[in-house]
Design a protein around this ligand. Structure first.
Ligand SMILES: CCC(=O)NCCS(=O)(=O)O
Length: 350
């Protein structure tokens, strides 16, 4: 049996799962989102050049991707350090840091942040979406990509001895490109060798999550250890959500704190509010998926840090958990059968 079996691999070494504490499964502490810059609405160019002022706060919340500086989270290590200390104070224990190749993963900074704050940090292996794949990456075989991902977990990534503990976020768009499909197959092969969790960034289309599961499954991936991220901006109909839940992956609502009118990457999508997210979680709990739900904020731009008037990494613990309790989602874990009984007795009121 491997020394990693049953353990969690953080940037500072191995832990037992019961040492993690409360865990945000999808965050970024240092990264660049320049790959996804979106031009500002006509006439807003001047604001976009100088957005970090009180009178521009609302604009920035509505247009976070239209300001170059806002996309450079890697410039905010001191602010993130303060945030992590606050996260611990609020009861947080662990952050899964989803920055993969293509969006400037910075393992030494992650290791230093873990040392400075006592928050356990788990780093992600693998590749982000197609537009960040280099020509060399695009030419690689599935076998070569698999070897790289496995090595990032077993030996360390980016030429360092700092090891990743999950594979992901693995980026895909819609439709899934050839290069993304190759990375998905490599992800499944690496997971089959390592037995570790996988975290997926699906494209912005309701058909994307199930198509990704199909590709992973066909390549030997373990869907029961796979997290489908960003469901809050991907699956909107209850029927679609419950149909997808049957496939057995973890169901991640990870954009808590993000509320915007126009979602620039797909204007057909209405980004839900936090209240709507809690409603979706309540539905999943009611339907017996309590143990498959994971949540986070997916902070990836500066404006979402408290330093810039954002909600920060403690928003879920401070604001969303009380809201969940108010909406009848209990803090106590129950085995599914007992859950059914309790539901029958209306103990979980939804
Ligand atoms: C790198 C962070 C990331 O991909 N976040 C998801 C943004 S969105 O696709 O939900 O807009």
């Amino acid at each position: 049996m491997s020394a990693l079996s049953g353990k969690v691999q953080t940037v500072l070494g191995l832990l037992d799962p019961d040492q993690l504490g409360r865990t945000m499964t999808h965050e970024h502490l240092t990264m660049s989102f320049e790959c996804c810059y979106f031009s500002p609405p006509p006439g807003d160019e001047a604001v976009a050049e100088n957005p970090f002022q009180m009178q521009h706060m609302h604009w920035l919340r509505q247009n976070p991707y239209s300001c170059h500086e806002n996309l450079l989270l890697q410039q905010e290590t001191s602010a993130v350090r303060e945030e992590l200390l606050a996260y611990r104070k609020a009861g947080g224990g662990t952050i899964v840091e989803n920055t993969t190749t293509g969006i400037d993963r910075d393992l030494p900074t992650l290791r230093q942040l873990a040392k400075d704050t006592g928050v356990h940090i788990i780093a992600g292996a693998g590749y982000y979406v197609d537009c960040t794949h280099t020509e060399a990456t695009k030419k690689m075989s599935v076998e070569k990509l698999t070897d790289i991902i496995v090595s990032e977990v077993l030996h360390g990534a980016d030429g360092m001895d700092i090891r990743c503990g999950v594979i992901g976020e693995i980026g895909t768009g819609w439709p899934i490109t050839e290069s993304e499909a190759k990375v998905l197959r490599a992800t499944a092969h690496a997971q089959a060798q390592l037995g570790c969790p996988v975290i997926i960034h699906p494209g912005r289309n309701a058909a994307a999550p199930a198509e990704i599961v199909r590709i992973l499954q066909e390549a030997g991936g373990d869907i029961s250890k796979t997290v489908m991220s960003h469901l809050d901006r991907t699956l909107f109909e209850d029927g679609d959500l419950l149909e997808f839940a049957k496939l057995g992956s973890y169901l991640e609502y990870d954009l808590f704190g993000t509320e915007m009118l126009n979602y620039p990457y797909n204007l057909d999508i209405d980004m839900p509010s936090d209240c709507q997210r809690v409603k979706a979680l309540a539905l999943l709990v009611k339907e017996g998926y309590e143990d498959k739900v994971v949540i986070a904020h997916d902070i990836h731009t500066k404006n979402r840090l408290t330093k810039y008037g954002g909600h920060g990494y403690s928003h879920i613990l401070k604001n969303i958990v009380p809201k969940m309790l108010m909406r009848g989602i209990s803090q106590h874990q129950r085995p599914p059968v007992l859950q059914q009984e309790l539901r029958a007795k209306h103990v979980i009121s939804l």
